[in-house]
Design a protein around this ligand. Structure first.
Ligand code: NAP
Length: 290
């Protein structure tokens, strides 16, 4: 799972996938058909391609039927597609691929998503469940992936000084709540923190640092305290090269453990997405049967 101090996201993802293979097999026998995951894309967004491809190939490995629905870049098209998928009894889980085109209101579309089909933890029911720590809540996969990586490597979370950079709705913000739930002391930095010139001060105090911003080189390696565990969620392109938010080469010399980009959080996120789908369908079968 670790080479030197570099965390191997692919190995962690692989261990999640191996445990899911049998579980999905049994679930589909109980269901009497393949589990169906539907991804809805509004407009065409080249940035989503790699993520969609990795979901498709993992779904195929697990025997999940992955459907992709491309709709026009308009609110009504998206909402109609969501409503149709919600009504379709053959669809077990729904993903709304982001980012949305200009003028499409993501929140109005998410409001239509019932908790029973929400694999990304973004529906009103799951957000409520996360906020009030309800049993059976599905959490956003990237935020869960960060915690899974730390748990796999035995990193202590309770009482740890955690600094999260970025408070986006699908990574930083849910992660802050999840870390609090696990007993960490959490600081959340965002753009105003940088604008005030305070980012270095917060980053340098972290025992666990998570960056989820989307700005290459935002976090300087020299800011990081010796022995920090660094989880870089950011995805950025410098030319054709994919990099994170953290200056990897310099940060690596200071960090106790560090995730690379690519090959860190990304593969674990896709595996956790499928685990969410498993949990969702299993819960539905337990409560309502087929
Ligand atoms: P987002 O919703 O746009 O949030 C970005 C956050 O970064 C905001 O809170 C913003 O602050 C903050 N920010 C922007 N500039 C900053 C600066 N100079 N200093 C400090 N904070 C700054 O983005 P997201 O959806 O959370 O995604 C964040 C990154 O994670 C992206 O690179 C995305 O591609 C990546 N990602 C990776 C995975 C994966 O599986 N590896 C999954 C999802 C996302 P304000 O709140 O003040 O605007």
């Amino acid at each position: 799972m670790v080479e030197g101090n570099v965390i191997k996201g692919k190995a962690i993802a692989e261990s999640i996938v191996s445990s899911l293979l049998n579980r999905f097999d049994a679930l589909m026998q109980e269901l009497g058909r393949p589990v169906v995951l539907l991804g809805i894309e509004s407009g065409i967004n080249p940035d989503s391609r790699a993520y969609i491809r990795s979901q498709q190939s993992l779904a195929a490995r697990l025997g999940i039927e992955y459907r992709h629905r491309q709709v026009g870049p308009y609110q009504k098209d998206l909402e109609d597609a969501v409503q149709m998928a919600v009504r379709d009894p053959s669809v077990d889980g729904i993903i709304l691929h982001t980012p949305f085109p200009e003028g499409v209101d993501v929140f109005n579309a998410l409001r239509l998503l019932p908790q029973e089909k929400d694999v990304e933890g973004v529906s009103p029911g799951n957000v409520f469940g996360m906020f009030f720590h309800q049993e059976g809540t599905i959490f956003p996969p990237t935020a869960r992936a960060v915690l899974r990586i730390l748990d796999e490597l035995g990193v202590n979370i309770k009482g740890a000084r955690v600094v999260i950079v970025g408070e986006g709705a699908v990574v930083g913000r849910p992660l802050a709540i999840m870390f609090l739930q696990r007993g960490a002391t959490v600081s959340v930095c965002h753009l105003p923190t940088s604008e005030r010139g305070d980012l270095l001060r917060y980053v340098s105090q972290a025992e666990i640092l998570v960056s989820a911003v989307g700005k290459a080189g935002l976090i300087k390696g020299e800011w990081i305290k010796e022995g920090t565990v660094v989880v870089d969620v950011g995805i950025n392109f410098v030319g054709n090269r994919m990099v994170g938010d953290v200056e990897f080469d310099t940060a690596k010399d200071k960090a106790k453990l560090i995730t690379p980009v690519p090959g860190g959080v990304g593969p674990v996120t896709t595996a956790i997405l499928m685990e969410n789908l498993y949990l969702l369908v299993k819960e539905r079968l337990n409560v309502r049967g087929r």
